[in-house]
Ligand binder design. Structure first.
Ligand code: THU
Length: 133
């Protein structure tokens, strides 16, 4: 079962590590695993702006590199200091569609504690995937 309160706490913790000397826009992500562990992510920027990595992809790449996969995931949360719950960028939606199951709950949040919940598959309709190759 997804744990919204813990996800909120962990996503904020992830956000606290954001490296954003250029945009000053900090984003956090937290992946709740079925084993009770959490994988955190933050955005990591670079003076070569095109190399900036979003919080969502940081968390997902950490998940894969730690030996987990989509079957291990209960839910994911993404958080930013936005008026409404943050909207993940298109590149991250593509990576989420590849690395998370279609029915994984994705909770979008802001610091005020407003939430919007989607299934992963609803964030990127008609996505490019391995069946296209
Ligand atoms: N950013 C994320 O981390 N996730 C998103 O879904 C949107 C954008 C980051 C990238 C960059 O470091 C900063 O926010 C401003 O675009």
């Amino acid at each position: 079962m997804k744990d919204i309160e813990k996800l909120f706490e962990k996503a904020k913790e992830g956000r606290s590590f954001a490296y954003t000397p250029y945009s000053h826009f900090k984003v956090g992500a937290a992946i709740q695993l079925k084993n009770g562990e959490y994988i955190l992510g933050c955005n990591v920027e670079n003076a070569s702006y095109g190399l900036c990595n979003c919080a969502e992809r940081t968390a997902l790449f950490k998940m894969i590199s730690e030996g987990y996969n989509k079957d291990d995931v209960e839910a994911m949360m993404i958080i930013g200091d936005t008026k409404d719950p943050i909207s993940p960028c298109g590149a991250c939606r593509q990576v989420m569609s590849e690395l998370l199951s279609p029915n994984t709950p994705i909770v979008l949040a802001n610091l005020k504690g407003d939430f919007k919940e989607f299934l992963n598959k609803d964030l990127l309709p008609y996505q490019f995937d391995d069946s296209d190759l």
